[in-house]
Each structure stands twice: as C-alpha cells, then as structure tokens.
Ligand binder design. Structure first.
Ligand SMILES: [Zn+2]
Length: 680
C-alpha cells in the first residue's frame, strides 16, 4: 500500500507437505481474542520474547482449529465459523510481525518478527493445500448461508481450487514442485538485478555541470581522475535528468538496461514455462488467464481490450510530447531525428524549467510537516465525518511514533499509529500497514510508516516536497480504508481485502485533494509569513507536473503489454528478444536501444506477473470516482459520505465493480481518464 510499494504478495503459495497433523499444544493457551487485546492494549514494544511466545501461541491456536476442521464433524455453521476463526487466530500476529520487522528499533524484536512471518507463511501455505480442509468447506452449501457467509465460502473454495487442492495426487505433487522452484527463481531474478551494479567512468568533470551540488560532492574523481557513476538509483536518475551530453546519458542507460543480463534471460524463460505449466494443470489456457480470473478485470480478454483502449487514448498525447521534446533537442543537436529513452528525463526537465518556470523548491516553505499532518487529519475528518484523538503518553515502539484513536459519532472505531520520520534500520519507503482487521466485534488497528522530514531535526521547519504531501494523502487513504471496512463478521472480507486490482483506486483518488488550491490553502501556509499557498503557484506546479505525462504513460502501456503478453505466449516457442523487440515497435514511444534487455531487469515481472495493468486500471477508476467530487464539490460532505458508505465501508464484501457502480450510479468508463490525458 505504498508508492513505491512493497509488491503485493505473489499469488502462488510456497510448497509444502499437505495434511500435516496439528501439534498437541504444550501448555494451556490463552483465548486468542484476549491475547490479541493484551498485545495491542498493554503493549511492550521492546519485549521480543513476549512477541515470539504470542506468535507461537497464535499458530498453535490456529493449528487446533485446523485439526477440528480436518475432522469436519461440526455442522455447516460450525465449519464456516471455524474457517473465520482460523484467520482470526493469525491475523494480529501476522499484522504485528510484518510491521515490527520493518520498524522496531530492537533487533531481537525484528528477528522475532521475521521468524513469525516465516512461520505463519509456512502454516498458511500448508492450509491452502490441505485436502481435508477443502473437503470440509466443500460440504457447506453457500446458498443456505445468511449475510456475507455465501461470499466468504465461495471465495474460500475458489482460493483452494486456485491452489490446486482439488486436483489428483500427481498434479498436486507437480504443482508443489513448481511452486518451490518458482520461489527460488523469482528470488534469484530480483537478487541478480540488485547485485549487478554496473558503472561508467567520466574523466571530464565539466560534463557533469548541472547536477546538484550534493551529488557532485559525492562523486569526486579518484586517483586516476576518473569519476565513477553507477546504475544505482541515486546515481542513475539525477544523471539521466541533468547531464547535457547525450552520449554519456546513453552510455549509462545501456548499462542500466543490461543489468542481470544474460543470467535473467534464462531465469525468465524458465519462470514463464513453469507458470504456464501450472496454469494448464489448473485448467487454464495460460498464466495470464489464471492470474486475472479472480481480479476485478476478470479475464485476460478484458485486460487486452483495456490495453487497446488506453493505447488509443495515450498515444496522441505521447506523440505530442515527443514533438515538443524533439524540437527542443534540435536546438542542441540540429541533426537529431528522434527522442530516445535516454533523452526523456533530461528534456522533460529542461522543458519544465523553460516553459513552466516552476522550481519544485519554491513550494517547500508552504509544506511544513506539522502543518501538513494537522491539515490532512482535519481534512479527512471533515470529509468523512471522523475525529482523530491523539493518545498522549501511549506506549509506542519509538518516541517519535504517535498513537491515535479514530472516533465516529464519539465512538471509538479504530486505532492507528503515525511513524512518520526516517531513522536507522527503518523501512525506507512509505506504506500503510494493517495490524489487525476489524469486524463488528473487533476494533481495527493500522499504522502509517513514512520517511518525511522531522521537526526534531535542524531548524525544526521540516519542509516537505510536494511529492511527499501527495504520498501522505495516498497512504492515509489506505489507512482510512482499512479502518472503516469492518462490516462483515468474516474478517477476510474486511479492510483492504478488496479485488487486488482495485486496492489502489481509493488511495489514488485521495491524491486529487493534494492538487486542489482550495484544499491546500487550508493548511499550506508559508512557514515564515503565514501566507497561504497562492492559487497561481499551485496551478503552475500542476501544469509542470503534467508535462511529459503522455510519454510516461506510454511507457506504462509498454510495461503493461510486456507483462500481459509474455504470460499469454507459448513458452516453448518464445524468442524473448524477438518478442520484446516486437512489443517495442507496437507500444513503446521510443525505439529499442541496441544492446539493452528490459526483460532481464524489470522486477515487476516477478511480483506482478501478468498483472502490471493494475496501475492504469485503478488509476482510470480513481479518475472516474473523482468525477462526482469534481461536479458536486471537492469538499462536499454528502458526496464524501456516499463514497464512504458505498466504497470504503463495504471493504471486500462486494465485488469492486459493484462498489464503483453503487457510488457512480453507472458502470465505470474511461471518459474521465481520457479527459485527464487529453486536457490537463
Ligand atoms: Zn498505494
């Protein structure tokens, strides 16, 4: 739930031996709900042993429920309740483990959390392949169940079948082998990219003019007068953005796009072959059809059509961007015939500066962290009818972390933590972590984890980039979604357990507020003068940020096509270079640069597999959802209330398609997305 995000959990469960009997509990176990309550309400964030015990007890309680289910002696209602109980026993331990592994300053605690995550993952994988459990659930007739029970059971059965638990022994054995091999290969692919740092050497320091001073200070010539520049992000992106010399940008770009080549070529071939084999064992024509079946899109055909539609919409804008960039490039290189991939960041930045006269530094004095935080809380509170009460003195895992209670109509409906500033050893990106799923009988918990400027540092102003402000809106959108979605007694249907390709839409929607002068002026006041951010400045910032959109979206189209079509191709006949070369011709705004191999270093091919389309899919939905606010008022409380009850509160109790239709009063369409691409 972050930008950049930890990639959503990959689909295939890891291999295991199914039907493992539950271990006998070594000692008396506390009731799970009471144990979770004690962990959350009487916390000791530095007690690793207590957490390890809690985690082991949670798994032991889950194992007891599993053993009961394997006997399948209960009536229907008992079986369904036990399946929910199985999730409940692991929910809080799993949530805490994932969060603590990323933020707890105590190393023993982090280690205990890591082990807990592994143990829970092992257990849930066993469960997903447990034929006895599947048989128990299959005894239930979903049509006789009340409330959300039908959906809960149908989804449970679907997930079992997608894991292959209903297949014969030979097929299940083979699927287990494939899963095991895929985990290894996927890890190697990612590792090969991160370990293959390449570099170029520049001898003429004057070629680096234009790079920021702190970057130059970190890149002094060595004894031979060489300045080494690597393919790591903090080197690569500033270099490609600021270096005027085309040949140098090209040289580093080629290094960047050859990372992990040729190693990952072989790995990708094998990954694609294994995914294809698994999909066919499960009765699908190919991996893309398997991976998309249970998503909001619902079928590879629909994603294919979506890709065609957005290509048509985006291409003209990309072509227009290319013309502007080429005209600008020809001022430097009169013979230039094309804009290359390695020109994009540089010329977009040049045109932004020349044409829009916008310097991102100029808005920072309006975004002091304490004011932004107060502004966002007050805005979300007003929009959605919520109150946020700071819990002064509450125990947290670090003195900089704050605890809050979420109140609706004066009643406590959730609790969350804000862990907003960088420190050594902490998670490096921004994300919303779920700690405990809510339900009508249980209060949900969550935490935001970010790395924003800290008022405790330096001059205390803690000035944020506007990008950070957008991220704050986005992640807080995830947080609120998790806390408000607690309708069902089955916790697996609550929180942001919505259709996987929809989960970003609600948080992307809230980003719109971060671009509204009316909204920003509520809290974005100049740190020296107190003057609210001028409307003109916000408009200029928006115009500058929108420039080059056609090209960056067209690049996304290319990645989407690669992700989808590689997983529809017959791996036995696949020639990766020819295949991707053809995709360049059809979808890339830039020609293929000789000697580059994007398929060897595009990490999303592992975590997202065929599902990279989700970025544009959910973005197009968020633009559609925003139309009502655009027409009826961005601070319109009635619309916000309708959104809260139609989209946020139902969580995963309904198909995302229906959530969207309930709010909009019509099926989703691409009109707003198209308008955004063409006009703004
Ligand atoms: Zn997100």
């Amino acid at each position: 739930m972050a930008e950049p995000e930890p990639e959503p959990a990959p689909e295939p469960p890891a291999p295991t031996t199914p039907d493992v009997a539950a271990p006998a509990p070594a000692r008396e176990l506390l009731d799970g709900a009471e144990d979770a309550r004690l962990m959350l309400e009487v916390p000791q964030w530095d007690d690793a042993t207590r957490f390890a015990t809690y985690c082991a007890d949670s798994i032991a309680r889950a194992a007891q429920v599993r053993a009961r289910l394997q006997l399948a002696q209960g009536d229907q209602a008992q079986i369904v309740a036990d399946f929910d109980q199985l999730s409940r026993e692991l929910d809080t331990a799993g949530g805490l483990a994932s969060l603590m592994f990323n933020v707890n300053p105590n190393e023993d605690y982090r280690n205990a959390a890591e082990k807990c995550e592994q143990d829970i993952s092992k257990f849930t994988t066993e469960v997903s392949l447990d034929r006895g459990l599947y048989d128990a659930l299959a005894k239930v007739d979903p049509s006789t169940l009340e409330g959300f029970g039908k959906r809960f059971v149908e989804h449970g059965l679907r997930d079992f079948r997608r894991a292959g638990v209903d297949k014969d022994d030979a097929a299940r054995k083979r699927i287990g082998e494939i899963n095991a091999r895929l985990v290894e290969l996927e890890q190697s692919y990612i590792k090969n990219i991160s370990e293959d740092t390449r570099s170029i050497a520049v001898t003429d320091a004057s070629k680096l003019a234009g790079l920021p001073q702190d970057w130059l200070d970190n890149h002094k010539p060595d004894a031979d007068g060489k300045i080494v520049i690597t393919t790591d992000y903090p080197d690569f992106f500033p270099f490609e953005t600021y270096v005027t010399d085309e040949a140098l940008r090209k040289e580093l770009y080629i290094q960047f796009l050859t990372r992990a080549y040729p190693k990952n070529k072989d790995i990708l071939q094998e990954v694609l072959a294994l995914r294809h084999e698994k999909a066919t064992l499960l009765g699908f024509t190919d991996w893309a059809h398997y991976a998309i079946e249970d998503k909001m899109a619902g079928s590879a055909e629909i994603v294919d059509a979506f890709l065609g539609d957005i290509t048509k919409i985006i291409r003209p804008r990309a072509v227009a961007d290319l013309e502007v960039l080429l005209a600008r490039k020809q001022q430097d290189y009169p013979d230039a015939k094309a804009i290359q991939t390695y020109d994009r960041f540089y010329y977009v930045s040049v045109v932004q500066k020349e044409k829009f006269d916008f310097d991102p530094q100029s808005v920072r004095p309006y975004f002091s962290f304490p004011a932004v935080k107060a502004g966002i809380l007050s805005l979300y509170g007003e929009l959605f009818g919520l109150e946020f009460k700071r819990l002064e003195g509450a125990k947290t895992w670090h003195p900089a972390v704050e605890a809050y209670e979420l109140l609706a109509n004066g009643e406590r409906v959730g609790r969350f933590y804000l862990d907003m500033h960088a420190r050594a050893g902490k998670y490096k990106h921004a994300a919303a972590f779920e700690i405990q799923s809510g339900s009508p009988d249980r209060v949900p918990y969550a935490s935001l984890v970010c790395n924003f400027p800290n008022p405790a540092d330096g001059d205390g102003k803690a000035l944020m980039e506007h990008d950070d402000v957008v991220t704050f809106f986005h992640e807080f959108g995830h947080l609120i979604h998790h806390l408000l979605a607690r309708k069902s007694r089955y916790i697996d249907l609550n929180g942001f357990n919505v259709d996987w390709d929809f989960v970003e839409a609600p948080s992307q929607l809230l980003e719109e507020w971060a671009w509204s002068p009316e909204v920003l002026q509520r809290f974005a006041k100049h740190v020296e003068t107190g003057e609210p951010i001028p409307t003109e400045l916000v408009k200029k910032m928006k115009a500058a940020s929108e420039f080059g959109k056609g090209l960056s979206l067209m690049r996304q189209v290319f990645y989407t096509a690669m992700s989808l079509y590689l997983h529809e191709a017959d791996p036995a006949k696949l020639d990766l270079d020819a295949f991707v070369g053809d995709l360049y011709k059809r979808f890339s705004p830039f020609p293929l640069v000789e000697g580059t191999y994007v398929y060897a270093n595009f990490g999303h091919l592992m975590g997202y597999t065929a599902l990279y389309y989700t970025y544009q899919w959910s973005l197009s939905i968020s633009k559609d959802l925003f139309t009502r606010f655009k027409q009826e008022g961005i601070m319109n409380g009635e619309v916000a209330k309708a959104y809260r009850s139609a989209v946020l509160e139902p969580g995963g109790t309904e198909d995302a398609k229906d959530l969207v239709e309930h709010f909009l009063g019509r099926p989703r369409n691409l009109e707003a997305y198209e308008k955004w691409i063409q006009e703004e």
